[in-house]
Design a protein around this ligand. Sequence first.
Ligand SMILES: [Zn+2]
Length: 214
Amino acid sequence: MVLEIVKYGDPVLRAKGKPVGEITDDILKFAADMQETMYAANGLGLAAQQVGVALQMTVVDVVPVQEERPSTMTVAGKEVNLADWMPLVLLNPRLEIGGDKINGNEGCLSFPDIHGDVPRASHITVHARGLDGGELNFEATGMLARAIQHEVDHLNGILYIDRMNSAAKAGLGGRLKRLQREGAADPTRGTPRPAKKQPSTRPARATAKVPSEG
Ligand SMILES: [Zn+2]
């Protein structure tokens, strides 16, 4: 089921996620819905907060941008084929940050049409649980490192605008304020709910040529 993505201004985006405990059928169903929602929105990642749930769960798939914004993933010292590992579902992720900080353009599904440069570590080590309950430990560079940092921030109530350099953020001024007002005014906010049906005339990918980090 495709869930509705909450927008900037909704307080759930500022909530720190609760750790995932037992992996119940509800958790599995929620993970499947999050993946479906991410793909439907043409995102590279999605955090639970973005569908109204403050939980330490995120999904990521950077394969669609591998040519223009490449990534590497290294498991137990060996670089792996990305497509074999995506989509990644990360529960209770913890990051070790390494490498230089690199500026790169980011968008976010909770901030429609707002992009800006955000400095992120070029290399990270990820420790998480997978949906099978097992440990997931790997290193990431490139777009994968960027997307995971963006998503793990969401799980802690941190948004990419918090990390944008001040010049990039200043350029957004009025648009951010307007979005915040609209998001805060949504009377159905704060609960996961099915997305409204899109008008059938809208081509599926027309509004999202630049994939959003999520
Ligand atoms: Zn985001």
